[in-house]
Design a protein around this ligand. Structure first.
Ligand code: ZN
Length: 440
């Protein structure tokens, strides 16, 4: 039921909002996920681990709206003592003509030029700026610019902020429409702990050494981004599969893992994999990592099951077989890293990333994902498709179900086993429509 999955996206991306690793918001997301899993009867464990410092700014508008941006560690850290000022636009801030006549005491907004950032900031500071906001025009994957923490060669005693493109554009619009006064705080968050949420259901036999199938996603987002598709969509999909699969007989352990600090370099999944004993690692037969599984971006064409080396494995084969059984041609195999399947791969555990994209070429890799990736626009309204979520739920769900369901030996040898498998999938899909009262 895509609507139930999207309700989880709503809680994470709208009620909680941006969830940078190690912040209170990330922890709130973890607590929400843990509470849902406990309600479904899963054994829940929270695994905490260190994650790097964050430098985060809060920019409050006259109507009380607060935007999250990155803060420079080389600028003033205000703590609770905000810097206020009206915002002026200074273009790229590289020449006199670009600056308004008087920027003293003003918040100077500029279009970020990475190679000239030190000059940009120095020019604003020398004119008496109260704060600087640099907005990024382009992201690293062809996406719109993301919030960022500007890295400078000099230290300044005013706040220096890195904004997303859409934040810069909206501030510019407000300036044109009569001006805008903002209140800025910057904070340095140190000694941070992030968290993995692990929910498990033992094999129906109770065998503690039963094989394990993992469905995973990441609960954090980048600074400034509500992360509706990246990756509240994966969280929502996994929680919905946890609900649907909670009462089936299974001959393997089913484990749902929600990793923290993915966006800081796969820290949560690396920590998890590093702390598995060889015996524990060898029990894991497959990892389904759902990351960006419901975008509404029109250009994407397929739900890819991506492995790090491009080779097929139990996970991609189960997904392709599920697509075939369901008559759904949306699923294709591929090769991609950049998510929490990577540490498992390097431990020799079959794992795949599930993600919607369009791939024009594999060698060299040319692909297209949504422009709002890692921006404040990664919201349900702008970036979530119920249809794509439903497709991902059906294919990943059917594949996971096929791997964990209790195998009946007599049927296993029967000539028409595929019919039994289809019946199992049909029952599973029908299960989507049950109407258990839902509340959180
Ligand atoms: Zn992600």
């Amino acid at each position: 039921d895509a609507a139930r999955a999207i309700e989880h996206i709503r809680v994470l991306s709208e009620e909680i909002g941006p969830r940078p690793a190690g912040t209170a918001a990330e922890r709130q997301a973890a607590e929400y996920i843990a509470s849902v899993l406990r309600r479904y009867g899963y054994d829940v464990e929270l695994q905490t681990f260190p994650t790097p410092d964050q430098y985060i700014a809060a920019v409050t508008l006259p109507d009380g709206t607060t935007w999250q941006m990155g803060a420079s560690r080389n600028g003033l850290i205000t703590g609770d003592d905000p810097v206020r000022g009206s915002v002026v636009f200074a273009g790229r801030g590289l020449s006199d003509e670009e600056f308004p006549a008087d920027v003293r005491g003003k918040v100077v907004l500029m279009e970020y030029v990475a190679s000239a950032r030190n000059v940009q900031v120095a020019n604003a500071v020398s004119r008496g700026a109260a704060a600087v906001i640099l907005y990024s025009t382009v992201g690293s994957r062809g996406n719109y610019g993301s919030a960022f923490s500007p890295s400078l060669s000099t230290t300044y005693d005013i706040p220096i902020l890195g904004a997303a493109l859409v934040q810069g554009q909206q501030l510019r619009d407000m300036i044109v429409q009569g001006g805008v006064e903002v209140s800025i705080t910057t904070r340095h968050y140190a000694n941070l702990q992030s968290v993995n949420v692990i929910g498990s259901r033992p094999a129906s036999s109770g065998d503690p050494d039963a094989p394990v199938v993992i469905v995973s996603s990441h609960l954090d987002s980048v600074v400034g981004a509500p992360g509706a598709n990246d990756d509240a969509s994966g969280v929502g999909l996994a929680l919905e599969l946890a609900r649907v699969l909670k009462s089936y007989n299974i001959d393997k352990e089913l484990r749902f893992i929600f990793f923290g600090a993915e966006e800081r370099g796969l820290i949560g999944s690396s920590y998890y994999v590093d702390h598995l004993s060889d015996a524990e690692a060898s029990r894991i037969v497959g990892v389904f990592q759902a990351d960006m599984v419901a975008t509404s971006y029109p250009n994407v064409t397929h739900l890819y099951a991506m492995t790090v080396d491009g080779a097929s494995n139990l996970v991609t084969e189960a997904a392709m077989a599920a697509g075939a059984r369901l008559g759904n041609a949306s699923i294709l195999p591929g090769q991609f890293g950049s998510s929490d399947h990577v540490p498992f791969h390097y431990r020799g555990i079959p794992a795949a990333l599930f993600i919607w994209m369009r791939v024009d070429s594999w060698d060299p890799l040319v692909y297209d994902i949504e422009k709002v990736y890692h921006t404040p626009q990664d919201t349900i309204a702008e970036n979530i498709s119920p249809e794509r979520m439903q497709t991902a739920l059906e294919i990943i769900g059917a594949a996971v179900f096929d791997l964990v369901r209790k195998d009946v030996p007599a049927l296993h040898k029967a000539p028409h086993r595929w019919q039994e498998a289809q019946a199992g999938v049909a029952a599973w899909v029908a299960r989507y429509d049950d109407t258990d009262p839902y509340a959180h």
